[in-house]
Design a protein. Structure first.
Length: 258
């Protein structure tokens, strides 16, 4: 049984953590496999959105504490383990298409950090969110703290970081950590959420995602040239001509990303 499952549904990839016995907590190999899945999807032009979720009623309970403890006193092994986690976060953040985190059950520690890398987060009523480094004698990374503050607000970020306590789905929605609490299958809800996104022009979505991500990171000037290049590409694209025709003909456009 693979730790990370990948499924495709008409333009949407579903990446699922599949370690239910561990509440989908990840060891070094699973972190690596999850990051590799996202890197592989970057080269698939058929994928226009990604749903990130967990099997068995849990999103992700974070890092597998026992696995990290086994290498804690071996500096090279500890650094390699840490690098696998950071590489996974970077791969999720580097997705060229929007990522929707579909959350049930625990979304804690590294799991919450993973969810913060998504463009959208939706949850069912069982979801619980927490950032517990203070309870483990660890320090939450500065970049992850910035994302938590930007997403949930400074007051909620402080509460989560200082207390290490879990918050429920309603509190997460109220502070902006998630956009919605949904009844029923949260993955199906995420797939519905993806539909209007994947119906739009891929070049436009890619440029908008690049700009939003850069604004969140305070580096819009660094990507201005790339956004300008995408704008020029869009001006010359078949999709622009298709969008214009569809508007004139009062029909929905069919975009190909070319």
């Amino acid at each position: 049984m693979a730790d990370i499952e990948l499924d495709r549904r008409e333009g949407v990839a579903i990446v699922a953590i599949n370690r239910p016995a561990k509440r989908n907590a990840l060891n070094a190999a699973a972190w690596q496999a999850l990051g590799d899945s996202f890197l592989a999807l970057k080269s698939d032009p058929a994928i226009r959105a990604i749903v990130l979720t967990g099997r068995g009623g849990a999103f992700c309970a974070g890092d597998e504490i026992g696995a990290f403890a086994a290498v804690r006193d071996d500096p090279p092994a500890r650094q390699a383990y840490w690098d696998s986690i950071m590489a996974c976060y970077a791969a999720v953040s580097a997705s060229l298409v929007p990522v929707i985190a579909a959350i049930s059950g625990p979304c804690v520690g590294g799991g919450c950090t993973l969810a913060l890398r998504a463009d959208f987060r939706i949850a069912d009523p069982t979801a619980r969110f927490g950032v517990p480094p203070a309870k483990l004698g660890l320090v939450y990374p500065a970049d992850s703290t910035r994302l938590l503050v930007a997403t949930a607000g400074i007051t909620m970020a402080r509460r989560m970081l200082y207390t290490g306590e879990l918050i429920d789905a309603g509190s997460a929605r109220n502070c902006g950590l998630i956009s919605d609490v949904v009844e029923g299958d949260v993955v199906e809800a995420a797939l519905r959420m993806a539909q209007p996104i994947i119906a739009n022009a891929p070049i436009s979505i890619r440029a908008s995602k690049l700009a939003c991500d850069a604004l969140l990171q305070g580096r819009l000037a660094d990507v201005a040239g790339e956004i300008a290049a995408l704008s020029d590409l869009a001006d010359r694209s078949d999709d622009y001509r298709e969008g214009s025709r569809a508007f004139a003909e009062k029909r929905k456009p069919v975009f190909t990303g070319r």
